[in-house]
Design a protein around this ligand. Sequence first.
Ligand SMILES: [Fe+2]
Length: 368
Amino acid sequence: VKAIKVKAIRGEKGSMRYVSIDKIKVGSIIADDILNEGGSLLLKKESQFKEAYRKKLKELGITYVLIDDEISKGITPTRLLTPVQRQALEEDIKNEFETLINRMEVDYTSMRAITSVITEKIKSVEAFYEMVDLKLNDQDTYAHCISVAIMAGFACRRLYLNEEITEKVVMGALFHDIGKTIIPKDILNKPSQLTKEEFDIIKTHPELGYEMIKEYNEFPPLSKVIVLCHHEREDGSGYPLGKGAEVHLGVKIVAACDVFHALLSDRPYRQGLSIEEVIEIARKEKLNQEVVSAIEATLVKYPVGSIVELSNGEIGIVKENFYQDLERPEVRIIFSNGKYKMGHRVNLQEEKEIYIAKNLDYIPEVDE
Ligand SMILES: [Fe+2]
C-alpha cells in the first residue's frame, strides 16, 4: 500500500478545501486570508502553515482553515460571505446595537441596509452552502444574531415566505438578542451551571430587548414581536409570555434557528454538536416541526471541499452540491481500495446505490 503524499501546491485560483485546525499539516498552503475578530490579517493567503500557528489560531476560535493542495484542485467552495464581508457586517450590527443601548436616534436606513446585505445574499445562492458562515466559535451576541439571521432567511425562502416578510424576519433575527447586551457578562458567559436566580436574569432579555426597540416606529411590528417572543414554545412552555402555537410563523422560524445555532456552536464547556445531533434534539424540542424540517433542508452537511467516506469504502472530496437533495452531492474520489488514487467522480444523484457513510475530518494515512 502506498503512502499518501499530498503535495502542497499553489493550484488554480479559488481551489481550496477545509481542514480542521487539529488535522492541518505543517507546510500546507493557506488558501485564503485568515482574519482575527478585529478584521486584521493573521495569516496571508498562500503562506505556509507552521506548527506555532495551530495553538494561536485555536485560541482565537478558528476551527477550520481553507488550504490549497493536490486534492483541492478545481474545488471551489461556494461561500455566502467572505471573511471581510462578514467582518464588515459584524461591525455594522455592533454599531446599531450600541446606538440602541445608548438610546440615540436609530438610523433606520442603515438598519435596512444591513438587513438587505443578508436578504440579497440569500437570493444569490441556492442553499445554505456554508457552515463556516455561521461562525460557530463566537460568544459575541452580535455574531450570534447575524448567524441566526442568515439561517432564518434561508428558512423563510424554503417556506415560501415573500420578500417583504422575509425582510422583517431577518431584521427581527438580527436584533433578537439585543436585550442580552445589558445582561452582566459574567452571568451570560458563565462556564458552569447557572443558579436559578442567574437563569431568571437571563430570561429577562427578550423583554429588555423589546423595551429597547418598541418606541421606534420604523421598526416593523413583526420584527419587534420576534425580539419579544423568540423564546416562546409551541406548547406555551416558553417565556416571557407563555404564548403557544398562535405566534407568527416568523417568530417560530427565529426561535428554531436560535436553538440550532446555539447547539451547533462551541461553548466554554462543550464543543459544538454535529448537524445530525442538533436535528435529533430539535425534533424533541417544543419547536414548530415544519420549521425544523425547513431548516434541516437548508443545512449542507457535506459542503463542497469536505472529505467524505462513501458506503462502498471509497473516500473523496465533495465537488458539487445539489439543492434538491443535499445528502447526495457529486464526489471526486481520492482514495479507493486502500490506495490513494485521484480521479474518478461519483455523482450520488445518479449512483443511487451508494450513499455517504460519514463526514471525515482527515485523509487516511497508509504505510509505504
Ligand atoms: Fe435569546
